[in-house]
Every structure is written in structure tokens, then in C-alpha cells.
Design a protein. Sequence first.
Length: 395
Amino acid sequence: MVLGACHRVADPKVHIQIWHQKGGPERDLFNEIVARYNASHPDRVVEPLYRESEELRNLYVIAAVAGQGPDLVYGPADNVGVFVTTETVKPLDDIFPPEFFAQFVPEGFVDLNSKHWLAADQIGNHLTLVYNRQLVAKPPETLDELVQIGESLTKTDADGRVTQYGLTWNYREPFFFLPFLTAFGGWPMDDDGKPTLDNAVTVRALQFVLDLRNKYKIIPKEIDYDTADTLFKEGKTGMIINGPWSWGGYHMPERSLIAPLPKNTETGLWCAPMFSAKGYSVNVNVTQGKMPYIREVVEYLTSADVQREMAGKLLTSPVNKAVIDSPAVQQNPILQASMEQIRRAKPMPVKPQLRQIWDGMRGPYQLVMAGALTAGEGAKRMQQECEKNIADSQL
């Protein structure tokens, strides 16, 4: 007896895989948006896959260099320098017509070497001040006011234990230190990607953060991101420094609101966090036959309708001109405060050295916060570690 062979029916649908690092409520909405697209396009299926930021970038490069990987990769602007250097993404100029680019403000794209490499669905990743409306009537406009309000909010019990802090944030991470560095006139790198940390400006910024804890005692002695987030949610701190990814959990506007970070009257400079476009890049391995599907998916995911929904539900800052000018955005105080912070912020460099600089800053910076190094020693050590990381990476 001859047994009939088992035949697998070929899947006729076009599969489009996206790796992304959208978390929390943003991931939930993203999955809803993708599901709606799939339901209305029965000939194809978009497959989103979440990965942590570091894992996403590293695994994507490995996969794309080997001729594989997802069709689209979603993330912040600082990925672009790595992707372009490794030649793992296609320039968008070869994929989209001019009218696609004309819909967006210039910040809606990430450019390098005079080409577009990332199309954004938002501008974000920026830090702002978030304040508890029940504890703070008017947010501080200067660093001096930040200290004064912080001192008035900090409470202790009969045993001297702090029951309420004036301010908290994840001050262990260099990314969260950056607004204070810029307020004193500093920046982590120059236009050539070389670190610029061993100087008096960095020392003064480090000392200011130390003073908030050790002199003014308005921030916790030890902190990490989750602890800072929990303290604010539980009403045990009047203010927190955090970004758009967190706002959905802070009951805005009923319980809390955001405000731009304060100005340093000593220098006349605002605390300027980094901001970055977050969006989609196209894998260099996508075939020409598949490209029309990829183009349509990106157009959908960055469309005015999607950006409008994201702005309304997630408070993300849109990059589509029509959405920015819409009454829903113009009359939203949270979005307006967020966009004002972006106007005072600085764009995240797309130089690939930025990754080595973050890593080089982290260890010495945390040693300063732990009291193992002085501010001066920390600035010098950060410079040395960054230079070593860049040399080792051969960038």
C-alpha cells in the first residue's frame, strides 16, 4: 500500500514582521492598531514582536547583517547611527515619494549623510517635570525654586524618617542626569562624536545633583526607576522627572500635570533634556517585490489618523502637521506643555558613539552618587571610560 504524501498548504498571505520597543499602554494601543490593519487587509498580516531596547538593536544588527531580521524596526533616533554604520537599513528616500515627507515637520525624520533613515510616529523620549497637583500649586520655573518647593514638601516623622519627598527621579542613570548637565552649559559629546565631560561644567552639574540629596535633602538617599515611579504614584513625593512613557500611570490631568524643567539662573540656561523622533526604519534585505507592502504599512502606522489616536490616548507628541495644528492638540494643556519642553530640549545625536558614551558615563556617575568618587573625579573618570569605549569599538 502506498501512503499518500502529506502536503502543507502554502500560506498565500504576505507576512510583514516588525520589531519594536513600545512598552506598557503604548504597546497595547499599537497591537490594537495593527489588528485593525490586519482585519482590513486579508491578503497580508503584520506581525509585531516586542523586544527590549538594547536587545532589539543588537539582535537586529546581527540578523540584518546575516541577510535576515524583521522587515521593519521601530525605535528611537539613536539607533540610526548604528544601523547606518552597519549598513542594515535602507534610505527612505529610495522608497517613498516627496509627498510622504511633506506631511511631517522636519523633526519627524532622522537624517544622516543627507538621507532619511527613520520615519516617526511621534517626537518623544524627552524628560519633563511632573508634579502632584494636590501638593504643588505652581511648578518651579528655576532651580532655586525647585529647591525651595522641594524643601517645603519634604516631611519627616517623629523618628526623623522621611515620609514625603519634594522630588524624586532615577538619578542613577546618565540619561536622567543630562538635563542638569545642559543647565550648567554642558553636553556629553562634540560634533565629531568625542566625549566632552572632563570639565568644570560637568563637575558643577554633578555637585548640584549631590546637593539636592546631601545638602537640601529633598530627594531619596538611594533610588532606581521603579522606586521613584512608585513614590510618585503613592503621593509620597511632590514632583518627579520622567518621560511620556510614564504619564499614562499618573492620572493626568485630575491628579498630576507636567511642566518644562526649570531654568538655571546662574547660567541663564534651561534644563534641556534630549528628545528624539521614534519611528520606523526599513531592513536593507527587504526585496523589491515586498516593498509596496512595506511602504503601505509605514504610511498607515505614521498616518494622521494613527498619530491623532496616539496623541489623544497616550499624550504622545505628533509629527504630522495636520495633527499638530488640530484643536485636539492645540487645546490640550498636557500636549502643549510637552511640546514646549521639546522646544527647549536638544535633539538626540545620531552618531554611533553616543551608545559608548552612555555606557562610559554610567559606572563613574553611579560611583559619584554612591559617594565613592568626588564630582571632579567622576567627571575625569567618565571622560576616560567614554574614550576607551569608543577606541575599543573602533568608531
